[in-house]
Design a binder for this molecule. Structure first.
Ligand code: F0G
Length: 471
């Protein structure tokens, strides 16, 4: 019985519960520091009330991101020793290329050092001033890279995503009637259509295969290339297997191949579902686009057989990509995030439901109605959580996605979310319970919380550098 047929057996078991808990054990540990409250108060003040400006050593549990923060497996550690450090033609590249073609099924593979490099190279090759680029929702770096190349990013999330608390299996879907209508009158100004899986900005919510097919059909009708932003494709494939009719008996590799078969390529940050600390990919089918991207790759990242990375890291990615498709891993991963969401909800906090694949999102707009968007309620909550428990989350609201009009007035984002991203294979349920308990204590005194005034930081990436004053 080969690995695929083994996976087919576990996928077909009801809810796939072959392992009652994590399918791995801890072999190496990193001690954590828990700074005392007075020190935390001082540190967050010195950081301008922006958690990006804290030192990671001053954080107890770091839920800032699930990107590049995974624990490596012993096999990945071993792969580090197989580095064949060559400027050109490293065997690590050919191994990675083989695995990527097997998983994604695209003809050409370019390695890059992370997702945003893939975005910049692809968009520099395709996007011009006056172009529109529709997606279910673009992430911040994707949006910024499109704008940097003169394009206008457009988000068409499906109607089911609007109510944060209604349960619906595929809240990451694109709004098909809206896309259809837009393409009918603007197709000449659309150089590519994108789909982010899972939809990070919208709560880590999955996209169904039915929706993928519909997006692909519309793009093909107008001869527009269709690309995935595929960072969390394996978690998306797991949700398809669990929730979409007709996929319960398919393996994750089968579902992934099905997803990618509808697209012309993808950008990929391997720092998520590649289970690596650094790395990314551009995958393509079109040879003339490959030539353009390859030239920019050499200019900006490096020769196409290393793409801005140490060759050993290509080998680590080849191993991580396969591990991220394992049924038992995905089940333990997604169910841990689910349990964390349940624990936060049990403390009485409003969260995006259903819980997404990589993070729990607290609805700060609902929790803190006394704080208007221009005073950044989700940022207030992020600051408060660090103060309370030394835990770092990230604001995804008006600081990250809002903007400012000509008169300096804030244009708020539709949502004010605190994202608590769960790094892969890193924290225990007990640690995540500590976060939920801390949020519960904050919830008890939520009416006393006050807003923040932005005193520094502008443009679409301002949340990384902004600083604030308490009001
Ligand atoms: N696309 C999506 C959907 C992302 O979530 C990210 C990164 C990127 C592209 C860019 O990839 O970081 O490798 O350059 N998201 C991280 C996060 C940073 O915290 O959600 P990158």
């Amino acid at each position: 019985m080969g690995p695929d047929s083994e996976a087919a057996v576990s996928a077909s078991e009801v809810s796939g519960s072959v392992f009652p808990a994590e399918p791995f054990r801890i072999k190496v540990i990193e001690p954590l520091r828990f700074p005392p409250r007075l020190e935390r108060e001082r540190l967050i003040q010195e950081a301008g009330y922006n958690v990006f400006r804290l030192h990671a050593e001053d954080i107890y549990l770091d839920l800032l991101t699930d990107s590049g923060t995974s624990a490596l497996s012993d096999r990945q550690m071993a792969a580090l020793m197989l580095g064949n450090q060559a400027y050109a033609g490293s065997r690590n590249y050919f191994e990675l290329e083989r695995v990527v073609k097997e998983i994604f099924g695209f003809k050409f593979v370019l390695p890059v050092h992370q997702g945003r490099a893939a975005e910049n190279i692809l968009f520099s090759s395709l996007v011009q001033k006056g172009h529109f680029i529709p997606s279910n929702s673009h992430f911040d770096t994707t949006r910024a890279n499109l704008m940097h190349n003169g394009g206008q990013p457009l988000d068409f999330p499906g109607p089911e995503s609007r109510d944060l608390q209604t349960s619906s299996p595929f809240k990451g879907n694109m709004d098909i009637p809206k896309l259809k209508q837009f393409l009918e009158s603007n197709y000449k100004s659309v150089p590519l259509v994108m789909l982010t899986v899972t939809n990070n900005t919208g709560g880590g919510q999955p996209v169904s295969l039915e929706n993928i097919r519909a997006v692909s059909q519309l793009a093909r009708k107008h001869r527009i290339p269709f690309f995935f932003d595929a960072c969390r494709y394996a978690e998306n494939a797991y949700f398809i297997q669990q929730r979409e009719e007709g996929y319960a008996n398919k393996t994750i590799p089968e579902i992934a191949r099905d997803m990618f078969s509808y697209a012309d390529g993808c950008t990929f940050s391997a720092k998520k579902d590649g289970l690596v600390n650094i790395g990314g990919l551009i995958c393509l089918n079109d040879h003339s686009l490959l030539e353009k991207c390859r030239e920019l790759l050499i200019l900006m990242e490096g020769f196409p057989t290393y793409g801005g990375m140490a060759c050993r890291d290509l080998q680590v990615m080849a191993v991580g990509l396969k591990e991220a498709q394992e049924q038992s891993y995905l089940e333990s991963r997604v169910s841990q995030v689910q349990r964390f969401g349940d624990a936060v909800k049990a403390q009485g906090l409003p969260i995006i439901e259903p819980v997404g694949g990589h993070a729990v999102y607290v609805d700060a707009k609902k929790m803190l109605p006394q704080i208007p968007p221009e005073q950044f309620p989700a940022q207030v909550l992020a600051v408060e959580l660090y103060r309370e428990a030394g835990v770092r989350g990230v604001e995804l609201g008006t600081c990250a996605f809002g903007s400012v009009d000509k008169n300096g007035n804030t244009i708020p984002h539709s949502y004010e979310l605190l994202r608590l991203a769960v790094p892969r294979r890193v924290y225990t349920d007990r640690q995540l319970q500590v976060v939920a308990d801390a949020l519960g204590r904050i919830n008890e005194r939520k009416d006393s919380l006050k807003g923040l005034k932005l005193i520094e930081g502008e443009g679409p990436l301002r949340h990384f550098v902004a600083s604030f004053h308490p009001l």
